[in-house]
Design a protein around this ligand. Structure first.
Ligand code: GYE
Length: 320
């Protein structure tokens, strides 16, 4: 019994120490980061989580990590708890773009800097966060659209496109859709005949593609906002007796291993890369912010694109 009490006392003291030890801005050399992750919806997300966790360890940053299971309310709760625990810095990947002002203001009032990673918020007040590290999603959508325009340039026939959107209201879904639409608008033969969310998951991608196939007999192209939804859709296409990559051309975004394998196998036609390896840059930015150094308000990730041939060559050296 006595032993149990002393364990509890130690636990309470440790908690108290954590509570008051933060907010030092890493003054004693140690940094505690609270990180609120979107969820575990895709291969991209798994690789991103690993990158953040590995880089924190390497950089000597104590990481408090929470998974929001794709729910904004869980992210808000996590951020509030990080504020209460007085972490030195908060980083998060906002599941949707809007609705963050109140909680970001709370962090600002508590003088805890916030770094947006991977996804953006639509807050008008940009003083609510220090920087946004991540991809240019509009550009990714444009790259997908450009490839399509080029692939069908010798034909004048109408091209029927179905689109699997990412999580409704998320920056990558909004921006990829917009960038793609901008490019295909250059030729009226391209028509998006159905567009629906598949929530960035394989299961939803399959389910929605099955519905698309039932109501649209003449689908020429699928544009999926990530590899996972594209991989789910491939199952649906094969289930309907069609050949993915041939009967229906497929473009996806991410370039995770499973996606690259399907591209190399000829089931996907083109992938626009979106890098999940944001951890090292995130730790670097956090350290700079806490030292009071100037950092850019936007840090854009460098990315490429892959054809089937390029995927075959790149597969063996792919990290995720
Ligand atoms: O493309 C998708 C993931 O926000 C860039 O989220 C990220 C996206 C990524 O679920 O696979």
């Amino acid at each position: 019994m006595l032993k149990r009490i002393s364990v509890l006392v130690v636990a309470a003291l440790t908690l108290a120490a954590c509570g008051s030890g933060g907010g030092s801005g890493g003054g004693d050399g140690s940094i505690t980061m609270g990180f609120s992750q979107v969820g575990a919806e895709s291969g991209w997300r798994t690789a991103n989580t690993k990158s953040v966790q590995d880089s924190a360890k390497k950089a000597g940053v104590t990481l408090k990590f929470s998974d929001a299971q794709q729910k904004q309310e869980n992210q808000i709760k996590a951020i509030r708890s990080y504020i209460q625990q007085k972490v030195d810095v908060i980083a998060f990947s906002p599941v949707v773009e809007s609705g963050w002002d109140t909680v970001l203001k709370e962090a600002k009032d508590a003088k805890i800097p916030v770094i947006l990673t991977d996804r953006a918020v639509d807050s008008k007040d940009t003083s609510l966060y220090r920087t946004f590290l991540g991809s240019d999603f509009v550009e990714e959508g444009r790259k997908a659209g450009k490839w399509l325009v080029d692939a069908f340039k010798s034909s004048t026939d109408p091209v029927n496109i179905v689109e699997l959107q990412g999580t409704t209201g998320s920056a990558p879904a909004n921006d990829r859709k917009a960038g793609f639409a901008e490019e295909i608008a250059k030729d009226p033969k391209f028509k998006v005949i159905a567009s629906q969310t598949g929530d960035f998951t394989r299961a939803k991608g399959k389910e929605v593609m099955e519905a698309f196939l039932k109501s649209n007999p003449d689908i020429d192209v699928l544009f999926a906002h990530n590899d996972d939804m594209g991989l789910g859709a491939i199952e649906a296409i094969e289930g309907a007796g069609k050949v993915p990559g041939k009967d229906i051309q497929i473009i996806t975004i991410d370039a995770v291993k499973d996606g690259m394998q399907a591209l190399a196998d000829g089931k996907i036609n083109y992938i626009v890369e979106c890098s999940p390896l944001l951890g090292p840059q995130l730790m670097d930015l956090a350290k700079k912010v806490l030292k009071g150094e100037q950092i850019p308000t936007r840090v854009v990730t460098e990315e490429t694109t892959f054809t089937q041939e390029q995927a075959k060559a790149a597969l063996s050296s792919r990290q995720y």
